[in-house]
Design a protein around this ligand. Structure first.
Ligand code: SF4
Length: 367
């Protein structure tokens, strides 16, 4: 079983984007929507950063961004580049020389907000370096880095100001005919994020990086991100996503795939469905669901697994999933591909379910 890519739900010609290359990854065009994250270590702590990148890679992260706030962080980039194969993005603010250092180190992309880089010639230098190294650039605007001329006109960082700021930011890219770019316009506000990305999508064909900035702790942040991103993704807007969360970056990647999976846009790894439990629940659904999630955590193949607590809705739901458990009183039924495969005591349900999942795996699979 290979991860399945179910397309992007586009089909509206006017929303199709150009394709940008970031190392071996393609963002935009007909490529699957990619899932990315950002390391949360000090970049000059090479060991911790590489360890985190490898954890991200194992859970399916396709692009990793690293903050490069100063010369010490920039000095660590060649070593990090040497140790990992995933496409890497340097996140640079204020000092264009840090972006040049990242590109020289073999980074595949830099993220800059031209609004805080300063003089246009500095942005031009970054563009020329990206051309020379065949790298991409993410061009970002956000409420805090609107071009000064635009902010004077609008006074506040409105959606119109962000879009106009993007037009200003893109001038040097267009003048230098540099098209290997991805656009983003970040806000913490859900309706504003939806509106600004609709506008970007209407005005430009460049691929779009979707995300809600400073979304919050994992629970709140995932809900807020899903509220904004699902509207856009279902409209065919968005080519790569980051679900920003205050927490382990692995959770960002898991949340990204959960979001794409829930929308039927892309599947990777298990989608675990479980009933909320109620007064009819005959088994420990909460514990069993946690154990199923944990046991299938590293599995890349897309699977739908249902854990249900009783005979009312349980068998129906469990039958519809690839694998399922429907509980009874201290016992349960295990389903595989719509068929009952075992009836057993509650404490055997997990191992019986996992045995069925293992049977379906291609031989030689590690998981
Ligand atoms: S599946 Fe059964 S136990 Fe679970 S919430 Fe529904 S009725 Fe309650």
């Amino acid at each position: 079983m290979k991860p399945q890519y179910t397309g992007k739900g586009r089909g509206k010609g006017d929303l199709s984007t150009s394709a940008s290359r970031v190392g071996l990854l393609v963002i935009g065009g007909s490529s699957p929507i990619s899932v990315q994250s950002m390391t949360k270590t000090r970049t000059d702590d090479v060991r911790a950063t590489v360890r985190q990148i490898r954890r991200l890679e194992r859970c399916g992260c396709e692009l990793v961004r690293l903050a490069v706030p100063d010369a010490a962080a920039a000095a660590a980039l060649p070593e990090i580049r040497r140790l990992v194969t995933l496409p890497l993005v340097a996140d640079v603010h204020f000092d264009y020389r840090l972006a040049l250092a990242a590109l020289k180190s073999g980074f595949d992309k830099v993220r800059i907000n031209p609004g805080n880089i300063g003089a246009t010639w500095k942005v031009g230098e970054v563009i020329k370096a990206a051309k020379d190294t065949d790298a991409a650039i993410r061009v970002g605007v956000n409420a805090g880095s609107i071009a000064k001329s635009v902010l004077r006109k609008y006074r506040h960082p409105t959606v119109a100001a962000m879009v106009e700021s993007m037009a200003v930011c893109l001038e040097p890219f267009e003048r230098l005919r540099f098209k290997n770019i991805v656009l983003s316009a970040k806000s913490t506000d859900v309706p504003e994020t939806i509106t600004v990305y609709r506008e970007l999508s209407r005005k430009w064909r460049y691929p779009l990086h979707l995300g809600l900035t400073e979304a919050g702790p994992p629970f709140e942040g995932a809900i807020r991100s899903a509220a904004a991103l699902s509207v856009l993704l279902l409209e065919g807007i968005g080519d790569t996503v980051r679900v920003s969360l205050t927490g382990d970056p692995v959770q960002e990647v898991v949340a990204g795939y959960e979001l794409l999976g829930a929308l039927g846009l892309r599947r990777r790894g298990p989608l675990v469905y479980s009933c909320p439990t109620c007064g009819r629940t005959g088994i420990d659904v909460i514990g069993l669901t946690r154990d199923v999630k944990q046991a299938l955590r590293d599995q890349p193949e897309p699977l739908k697994v249902a854990v249900m607590g009783c005979v009312v809705n349980g068998p129906g739901e469990a039958r519809e999933a690839d694998f399922g458990i429907a509980g009874g009183k201290g016992r349960g039924i295990v389903f595989a591909h719509g068929r009952v495969v075992k009836t057993c005591a509650e404490d055997e349900l997990l191992s019986a379910l996992l045995a069925e999942v293992r049977k379906a795996r291609p031989s030689g699979s590690r998981h």
